[in-house]
Each structure stands twice: as structure tokens, then as C-alpha cells.
Design a protein around this ligand. Structure first.
Ligand SMILES: [Zn+2]
Length: 249
């Protein structure tokens, strides 16, 4: 509820009302601070961040595996081609061996064939290892691809959840803002100036005096200070002598 200070009201009522308006203004500003803090520390943002990281890691791994599979295929093809060349060369040498009579020449050919046998078996081993690695990569890639829909769904859900909670907080802040404007226009400008100045330093600028305690700093005022505050002119909002906040009686 808004109070408007009018000339018709007694000075005491006016002070009381101004004090109440000031406390309402403080209440709104505190609520806005809390909403901003909540908005800056949303669990939904952390969730989205973690899902987004999973998506990035997923995409990176899929790209790595795809590249690895392609390079394995190339390596296997190269090994097969080399094996073919070795086989052809070895067949030629074996044919040659059948026609050779000189033992030295036959030995030289046999040594050459033995080297090719070695080369061929190395190529086979390499190709087998590559095929094995390629098959593992393909299995891992299929498993990852099976998770894609679920991962994308999680990302979309987390994005929506964050947007919704942010929109709700923003709507609350807009409402607070318009309520605040009404309050500020109902308060004396100089008082709003003091309030803004203290709030910039202390966060909470207006506080109730309850008994002898300032609810801003929770310190007790001396009996003389309480007297000063209570006896200050009705239209004056005094400062807390301890913390400097605007003290509402
Ligand atoms: Zn105080």
C-alpha cells in the first residue's frame, strides 16, 4: 500500500508515513538485490553449463573417432596395396627360382624371398592391428551416436529451464521497479538522495529503531541518543549515530 504525504496530515503522521515509505523502498531494494543475486547464482545455469560441456566433449570425441576411422581405413588400404606389391614381387622371384641353376644365384633369390616373406608378415600384422583399432573406434562411435538424442534433449531442457527461471526473476524485477518508481515519487527528493547515498555505501540504508536498537547495525543507542532521535522534528528522518543509516521511528 502506498501512502502519500499530504498537507492535511499532521507533521507527526507525515514523518511516520515518510518513514514507512522509506522502509517500503528499502524492502523493495532488498528484494531486488536478492533477485539479482539469485539470478546470478542459478542452479539451472550450472546445470546448463555442465550439459553444454558434455555436448562439447561428445562432439569432440565423435570428431576424433571419425578422423581416426578414416585414417585407419587409409592405412589399411595402403597396407593392402603394399602387400599386393610384395606378393607380385615374390611370385616373380619364385618363378625365377625355378629356372635358376647356379646355387649361388638360387641362394640369393631365396634370401630375397625370405626378406619379402618377413615384409609381408609385418604388413599383415600392422593391418590386423589397424583393423582392430578401427573396429574399436567404430564401436565407441556407435555407442556415442546412440546417446546423441538424449544429450540434445538434456541440453534443450536445461536451456528452457534457465530461460524460464530468468524470465520469472526479470518479471519480478520489473514489478519491483515500477513499485519503486511510485514510492520514490511519493518521497521528498532530498530524502531519496540521502537514502541512495547511504545505500551505495551500506547496502541497507533505512532501518527501524526498535527500543534502543538500530535494526540496521543491531547496536544499541545510548539513552541520550534515543532521546535525540525521538525528539527530532517529526518531519526529519535522523541518522543512526552508530552506522549512519536512516532511522525510522
Ligand atoms: Zn545503525
Amino acid at each position: 500500500m502506498l501512502f502519500h504525504v499530504s498537507d492535511a496530515e499532521s507533521a507527526s503522521d507525515a514523518s511516520n508515513n515518510v518513514g514507512q515509505l522509506l522502509l517500503q523502498l528499502q524492502g523493495l531494494d532488498t528484494a531486488a538485490d536478492q533477485a539479482q543475486h539469485r539470478k546470478a547464482n542459478l542452479a539451472e545455469r550450472e546445470t546448463l553449463k555442465s550439459v553444454a560441456e558434455s555436448v562439447i566433449a561428445w562432439e569432440k570425441r565423435c570428431t576424433e573417432l571419425t578422423a581416426f576411422i578414416t585414417s585407419s581405413e587409409d592405412a589399411i588400404a595402403r597396407a593392402e596395396q603394399q602387400s599386393g606389391e610384395v606378393d607380385a614381387k615374390r611370385s616373380r622371384l619364385r618363378e625365377q627360382l625355378k629356372t635358376v641353376i647356379a646355387p649361388r644365384e638360387a641362394e640369393a633369390l631365396q634370401r630375397e624371398i625370405a626378406v619379402l616373406d618377413e615384409e609381408r608378415s609385418t604388413l599383415d600384422e600392422e593391418a590386423l592391428i589397424k583393423m582392430d583399432e578401427q573396429s574399436s573406434a567404430e564401436d565407441e562411435l556407435s555407442a556415442l551416436q546412440a546417446k546423441e538424442a538424449d544429450l540434445r534433449e538434456q541440453a534443450s531442457t536445461a536451456t528452457t529451464a534457465l530461460a524460464e527461471v530468468e524470465a520469472a526473476i526479470d518479471a519480478g524485477l520489473v514489478e519491483i521497479g515500477s513499485h519503486r518508481e511510485q514510492l520514490v515519487s511519493a518521497l521528498p527528493q532530498a530524502l531519496v538522495g540521502r537514502y541512495v547515498h547511504v545505500r551505495a555505501k551500506l547496502g541497507v540504508a533505512a532501518a527501524m529503531l526498535t527500543g534502543s536498537q538500530c535494526e540496521g547495525c543491531h547496536l544499541d543507542l545510548s539513552p541520550a541518543e534515543v532521546d535525540d532521535v525521538r525528539r527530532s522534528p517529526a518531519d526529519v528522518i535522523p541518522d543512526c549515530p552508530q552506522c549512519g543509516r536512516l532511522l525510522v521511528r
